[in-house]
Design a protein around this ligand. Sequence first.
Ligand SMILES: [Zn+2]
Ligand SMILES: [Zn+2]
Length: 253
Amino acid sequence: MTHDHEVRHLSDIDRRKLLELSALAIGGAALSALFPLSKSEAATLVKLPGFSSFANSVKVFKSGKYYMVESNGIPDHQMMVGIKAWQQQVPTVQPYTGTNAWPIPITPVISKTPISAKNHFLRGAIAIAINGVPIFNALTNKGTDAYLTGELDDWGGHCGRADDYHYHMAPFHLQALVGKKVPLAYALDGFPIYGETELDGKPAVGLDEFNGHFDSKKKYHYHGTKTYPYINGGFKGVVKEVDGQVDPQAATK
Ligand SMILES: [Zn+2]
Ligand SMILES: [Zn+2]
């Protein structure tokens, strides 16, 4: 990440603050002329089930065939508490905005050749939680189960080498905030990931190797589980893998 980019990011934040303050003071009418909106701000914000519960910190807009999910990657809960394996990273704000937001296909497509996450996608995210925190493969880039090896905090997350906070499990703790009827996350193939139960409260049954199945209307979705694969164990939907990760996806600092 160049110095250039950081400067632009900061000024973006400053401008947004100024916009908010000015809007409070004199009303928003004449402001758009003074402060032209950036592409992402000008695009209509979209309400997607789950993300809309975190509308203060997570924004979703449409760009081409993707929903773009913007966040700074920092959740509204403590982090790094309860990790048993030693590690030295510190959660840091990430630039998941604009063209570097998290892309989710608007229209997921079932793949003719679904790919397991057992030996693929060991780098980068495979899903994005509704609080704007990316979710990585349950297996680390060494191929080990991050939960069983004590590498995760009490929320199922930790930091990567770029001090980027991410989960390796379904964020069940978010259900205390949003209930059990909205997705906890969206896989990067576009299919939603629910908790352990269906919308009617019954336990999810008949899950395939990717932790998913079709509902009565033939719509596919995933579930989080308390055992492997914990989240989507790969992709039933179409994704592209480049250098061992889903492409496109947001980049860290
Ligand atoms: Zn990790
Ligand atoms: Zn289900």
